[in-house]
Design a binder for this molecule. Structure first.
Ligand code: GUN
Length: 283
């Protein structure tokens, strides 16, 4: 069994990006990310801290805009429009989830696709849908998963891939990215009747649900490649994924740890998108 070491790959990518930032700076371009946080969701605060640290490591400038939960959709959109016009800002990220009264798709729609470093807008999702050559600002978690498989020379073509979870930010776009690389993709979700039948058939399982022990050893075949995108907390406060790592790691050919797997890859891909957005800003 080989661990898919996201921490190591992410650190290497951040090192490369640091040099790209220096090259941009030589051309008087100073990559800058604007992050909007509404409220004080503890998970969001933790994610933002990691993104900020990665910006510091790579030399990307950081601007954080904090709002109280009472902010209106109109006020939020007006701030995004201001950031869209600001030539010193290359990436705009609105941390999700947003409060119940704010309709997230309407907020995401306001972001200029050229600055949409999360890859959440219809424009960037649509480009990714077309083919791998149009993945200019792909969603960060799916992009991180693909990068990780590529790093370990895992050939996606022809694999039976089962994606568990069909969210707009992970499961759906990851399914498309795997499909574009020649996998035979099954996407499972809350209405799936027999999850085990689909996971047992899979050479590659990517799970992004947020439910501890959802995938157990009896649900996977020998030599499975398991990518765990879930983030859960155990009783002792420690992080864990959606799969039973202890037992599945004995059966798998490759497996991601949680933490230290997909999480750092997501953040590194956000940095890559920001550097790319800055490089393309005047193109
Ligand atoms: N909330 C959970 N994951 C993400 C993400 O990748 N981007 C944003 N903006 N919010 C999130």
């Amino acid at each position: 069994m080989q661990l898919l070491d996201g921490r190591k790959i992410a650190d290497e990518l951040l090192e490369t990006l640091k040099n790209e930032v220096i090259e941009l700076q030589d051309k008087q371009i100073y990559p800058k990310l604007a992050v909007i946080l509404v409220g004080d969701n503890p998970a969001s605060l933790s994610y933002i801290k990691q993104k900020r640290k990665a910006c510091e490591k790579t030399g990307i400038r950081w601007e954080q805009i904090n709002y109280d939960e009472s902010i209106t959709t109109k006020e939020l959109i007006s701030k995004i429009e201001e950031l869209n016009k600001d030539k010193t800002i290359h990436g705009i990220l609105v941390q999700l989830p947003l409060p119940q009264d704010i309709y997230a798709p309407e907020i995401i729609k306001a972001i200029d696709p050229k600055k949409d470093v999360d890859g959440f807008t219809a424009y960037n999702i649509g480009k990714m849908f077309l083919s791998t050559e149009f993945e200019h600002l792909p969603p960060c978690t799916p992009a991180g998963v693909i990068k990780m498989l590529d790093y370990y020379n895992i050939n996606i073509e022809g694999l039976e891939a089962t994606v568990v979870g069909a969210s707009n930010i992970v499961g759906k776009p990851l399914s498309v990215m795997l499909l574009n690389r020649g996998a035979t993709v099954t996407t499972c979700h809350i209405k799936t009747k027999d999850l085990k039948a689909h996971t047992l058939n899979a050479d590659l399982i990517c799970v992004a649900v947020g439910k501890r022990n959802l995938i157990t050893e009896d649900m996977v075949k020998d030599n499975v490649i398991l990518v765990d995108i879930g983030v859960n907390r155990k009783e002792d406060g420690k992080l864990c994924g959606d799969a039973d790592f202890e037992t599945i790691s004995k059966k798998a050919s490759y497996i991601t740890p949680v933490p230290g797997g997909v999480g750092p890859m997501t953040v590194a891909c956000l940095m890559e998108n920001t550097v790319n957005a800055a490089g393309r800003a005047n193109a």
